[in-house]
Design a protein. Structure first.
Ligand code: PBG
Length: 309
């Protein structure tokens, strides 16, 4: 009578890669590192061996390579492109997802261009298109715009198609709330902690809204999104369920860095049993309708599943 079964191929593993030679542990994410490129590659191989089908890549960019326009994001030999190429040589069948947004690369820490304290939506779109294209040309299977600018899915789809990349999928962060839960991630990628007045609230969603989530999702489907993402995860399962039920479109959920932090701290302090809590949270995502779950616990869950429940 069990209605939901979590499987290893429901999981997507996010990996942080750094330009530094040495990997370093992320303080607010115990057990998770910014990996140097070779270790990031090894880790993707490990994920593959455990039966995980896809990894999502995020860069930590050194200060000297950041600028106002996030120029490093558009360099064909940036760390993400180099890592994608290596992963694809090593494990061609492992799905690779690249984030499309400027925040790891901008001095402002914002996902888009900033002028006079305001995020400039339309000028940002051209840069996102270029970023998506170089990631796709490096070999990634899915580009994932997490920037929340309006109209970017249609523009990126057209741009990829014009450049012979019809087969690259788009996973849209269609429903991404402005959330305190991203704080450890921002530390992980050394993004600016000074976002100014905007705090991403002009482009990320208000956590009080759910009708708006349906509107965002429907626009992105019309614009050509192959997959929708709802984010954060555990506190937003009502939104996930509503989006999945309404559109019956592939819908993924992201158990974000703040959720990782809360659970990991409770596990480390012996309050939660690791195996029990990880099976419970991942099963709840699936019960709510997630077709896949992006989680920093992916390797741990895969190991538990391999051992047999
Ligand atoms: C930004 C981006 C963020 C995350 C993924 N992509 C942070 C933000 O919007 O500030 C957060 C993921 C996490 O917290 O695990 N493009």
């Amino acid at each position: 009578v069990q209605e939901t079964t979590i499987l290893v191929n429901d999981l997507i593993y996010p990996i942080f890669v750094t330009y530094e030679n040495k990997s370093s542990e992320i303080k607010s994410m115990p057990g998770i590192f910014r990996y140097n490129i070779e270790e990031a590659l090894d880790l993707s191989q490990k994920a593959k061996e455990l039966g995980i089908n896809a990894v999502a890549l995020f860069p930590e960019v050194p200060k000297e390579l950041k600028d106002e326009r996030g120029s490093e994001a558009l360099k064909v030999n940036n760390i993400i492109c180099r890592l994608v190429e290596k992963i694809k040589i090593n494990s061609p069948s492992l799905g690779v997802i690249c984030d499309v947004a400027l925040d790891p690369y901008t001095t402002s820490g914002h996902d888009g261009l900033v002028e006079n304290g305001k995020i400039i939506n339309d000028k940002t779109l051209d840069l996102l298109c270029e970023q998506a294209l170089i990631n796709s040309q490096a070999g990634c299977d899915i580009v994932a715009p997490s920037d929340m600018m309006d109209g970017r899915i249609k523009k990126i789809r057209n741009f990829l198609d014009q450049n012979n990349k019809q087969e690259t999928l788009i996973m849209s962060y269609a429903v991404k709330y402005s959330s305190s839960m991203y704080a450890p991630f921002r530390e992980a990628i050394s993004a600016s902690s000074n976002l100014g007045e905007d705090k991403k609230k002009s482009y990320q969603m208000d956590f009080c809204n759910i009708n708006e989530a349906l509107k965002e999702a429907s626009m992105d489907i019309k614009e050509g999104a192959d997959i929708l993402l709802v984010k954060p995860g555990i506190m937003y399962l009502d939104v996930l369920k509503e989006v999945k039920k309404t559109f019956k479109h592939p819908t993924f959920s992201y158990q974000v860095s703040g959720e990782y932090f809360m659970l990991k701290k409770a596990i480390l302090s012996g309050i939660f049993n690791e195996e029990d809590i990880l099976l419970e949270t991942s099963s709840c995502f699936k019960r709510a309708g997630a077709d896949a779950i992006i989680t920093y616990f992916a390797l741990d869950i895969a190991k538990i599943l391999k051992k047999g429940i």
